[in-house]
Design a protein around this ligand. Sequence first.
Ligand code: NAD
Length: 329
Amino acid sequence: MPLKVLVADKMEQQGLDELAKIADEVQFDATLKGDTLKSRLADFDPDVLIVRSTKVPADIQAAGAGLKLIVRAGSGYDTIDTAAAAARGIRVCNCPGMNAVAVAELVMGLIISLDRKIADNVIDLRAGRWRKKLYSKAGRGLKGRTLGVIGAGRIGAAVARRALAFEMSVVWYDVVPEADLGGLADTPNVARAELDDLLPQADFITLHVPGGEGTHHLIDARRLALMKPEAVLINTSRAGVVDEAALIEAIEAGKLRGAGLDVYADEPPADAESIDSPVCGVAGIYGTHHIGASTEQAQLAVAAEAVRIVAHFKQTGEALHCVNMPAAG
Ligand code: NAD
């Protein structure tokens, strides 16, 4: 079948080149969003829409009369109204697992940085300040500490594997009874626990659950109060999973040592040049710019997977990794 593809977000050149071989027509414009995306969908009328962080709510979907497939070039898909898509017969696919290692590497980076206050070291050094005495007392060390992993999917398992290499213990929680932390469940120094039992045990807690209603404020003021005062919370999942105001309050009151965040309640769009968020002024919070998935190797892997989904769809009509309807039919 003839196939038109609209790529409305950043994509590695290699991926675009491969798409051009598969599809009859490919349009690429990473600036499209909201009304501009709507009019492009109406004018070009693609069969496939590929997005990364661009939001695709029901009204935008409705602008693409011939739209059959939306590919989210990443793992989370809470930026796409999947129910509205299903109602229109549009299949939504994601690229699961392609960026798990990239996110896990960032988590380990945040854990080590927060433990040794590496970012503060750098800020002071850049300003010509030498604070050896202060920073010599900062680190508690990772060996023998307990990492709490909440959400034992692809990223949670990748983080656990790395934490074990640092000789940490892992205690983990997942809602799904069959979850096995990527096969690590029976490994020494790994234990499963209920969420409220995990929190008081862990020195570092890292969140790897999906966003959305089911996990909204999973970490709220009550659960923050269950954590050790010397604990550090890492959130690279979705901002809504943590009650940000309660987190700031807990850190400022000295009830939590600190937090590493990659996602924010007031997160600006990718092309913005500033951020206005209450977390910016909190000394105990180390924040990165929503870069969890953004390594060269992860982006190449995601682009290759998006291309594979489009190629398979063209050949068979089946949507790989379909998250909102049966894959075909
Ligand atoms: P995954 O689907 O492989 O794993 C998610 C796990 O969470 C599953 O095991 C699921 O059973 C579990 N889960 C769901 N609801 C839960 C709950 N209420 N309590 C406990 N466990 C629950 O997903 P993943 O690829 O590991 O991604 C995890 C998160 O990371 C997602 O929110 C995704 O959006 C986010 N993410 C962020 C970045 C970034 O750039 N920071 C990049 C990729 C993914």
